[in-house]
Design a protein around this ligand. Structure first.
Ligand code: ASP
Ligand code: MG
Length: 413
């Protein structure tokens, strides 16, 4: 008997027909002999609808009360799904987060799970029930209802998998896995059979919005194997696990991109200690996150400094930078919010040189100018002009032959 935790997102439970289809699926697994815990989201659009209601009354609703409100979306789905399962002759039990003791901290609207008491669920499973748990919610030590942040049902599912010591956490969604890049941009994009947590984190934070980032972090920390699957089509999906020593790895796993950033440059600042702090300190004080930072080599006692921020923060950052420029006696401030960032990601990069040069050569052949570059151990990112985004992603996808099933090379070579 295997114990599986399956999570169904908002679109998967978006209508009664879909809820009934999920009940069919769960019942079929149960009849095959598996033990099942289903974690569900609110029906699609429901969380947004509830949020809008609160905001019609108050522009900044009390976070505690917002959690009481938002958690009801999932409560509707667990009951409907349990009713649908019982209609098929299999006993089911639905539970809200607090009823199965999902204990969180008290950070309303973005709470973190601290502890889960799996006993109640184990008791139900022993009695042959399918257990249906509301995602996205828990309660703090005083019993206040909390929610885990948008997309938080993924985290509930991962945390339950860890607490129940279940074999795998299966995330059913409206796509059939994680792709080499966005298929809307590159039709040849391919579903990845497997991926490491690290790669998924890089791809997720860069725009492949398949899983809540926190859920992947949690899975990585607790070594929970995660599988992304389609609710609507059959298939193996994408399995996300730790990197295994000597595991066969493709060089590059995927290409992520976004147009969420803007670039700011300050020219002709004095090249002396404390300047970076003078420029970036006020930006951080304004709660503006900075992504890439580049400082030029100094010449004649001055240097140039470039950094990127989220596009929403662009005008604010520009204003701050203009102020710093006048105190520092800088020559000029420039800004550009028509930029795009493309990143190639792969753990295979660790053991193989030449990825960067392939990337730069490919972009050069397309006549695409690279404005800034940044790298990590498993990622190379470039900023280019926004209008070349799709061309760049397509060219790189084909240069790294991502449309082909990986000719796997051993990273232990
Ligand atoms: N219903 C919540 C949301 O829409 C949580 C989730 O679906 O994971 O963000
Ligand atoms: Mg989701």
């Amino acid at each position: 008997m295997t114990l599986i935790v399956q999570k169904f997102g908002g679109t998967s439970v978006g209508t009664l027909e879909r809820i009934e289809a999920i009940a069919d699926k769960l019942v079929a697994f149960q009849r095959r002999g598996d033990s099942l815990v289903a974690v569900v989201s609110a029906m699609s659009g429901e969380t947004n609808r509830l949020l809008a209601l609160a905001h019609e009354i108050h522009s900044q609703p009390n976070p505690r009360e917002l959690d009481v409100l938002l958690s009801t979306g999932e409560q509707v789905t667990i009951a409907l799904l349990s009713i649908a399962i019982e209609k098929r002759g299999i006993p089911a039990r639905s539970y809200t987060g607090s009823q199965v003791y999902i204990r969180t901290d008290s950070a309303h609207n973005k709470a973190r799970i601290q502890e889960i008491d799996a006993k109640r669920i184990h008791d139900d499973l022993r009695q042959g029930r399918i257990v249906v748990v509301a995602g996205f919610q828990g309660a703090d030590e005083k019993g206040n209802i909390t929610t885990l942040g948008r997309g938080g049902s993924d985290t509930t599912a991962v945390a339950l998998t860890a607490a129940l010591e279940a074999g795998e956490c299966q995330i059913y969604t409206d796509v059939d896995g994680v792709y080499t890049t966005d298929p809307r941009v590159v039709p040849e994009a391919r579903r990845l059979a497997r991926l490491t947590y690290e790669e998924m984190l890089e791809l997720a934070s860069l725009g492949a919005k398949v899983l809540q980032i926190r859920a992947v972090e949690f899975a990585s920390k607790h070594h929970v194997p995660l599988r992304v699957l389609s609710s609507f089509e059959k298939g193996e999906g994408t399995l996300i696990t730790s990197e295994v020593e000597g595991m066969e790895e493709p060089l590059i796993s995927g290409i992520a991109f976004n147009i969420d950033e803007a670039k700011l440059t300050i020219l002709g600042v004095p090249d002396k200690p404390g300047v970076a702090y003078h420029i970036l300190g006020p930006v951080a004080d304004a709660n503006i996150g900075v992504d890439m930072i580049i400082q030029n080599v100094g010449r004649d006692g001055t240097t140039d400094f470039t950094f990127t921020v989220h596009r929403n923060d662009y005008l604010k950052a520009l204003e701050i930078l203009r102020e710093s420029a006048s105190t520092l006696g800088a020559r000029e401030v420039r800004g550009d919010d028509k930029i795009a960032k493309i990143s190639v990601v792969g753990v295979g990069m660790r053991s193989h040189a030449g990825i960067a040069s392939t990337m730069f050569h490919t972009l050069a052949q397309e006549g695409i100018n690279i404005q800034t570059i940044s790298t990590s151990e498993i990622k190379i990112s470039v900023v280019i002009e926004e209008k070349y985004l799709e061309l760049g992603v397509r060219a790189l996808h084909s240069a790294f032959e991502l449309e082909k099933a990986p000719s796997r090379i051993s990273s232990s070579l």
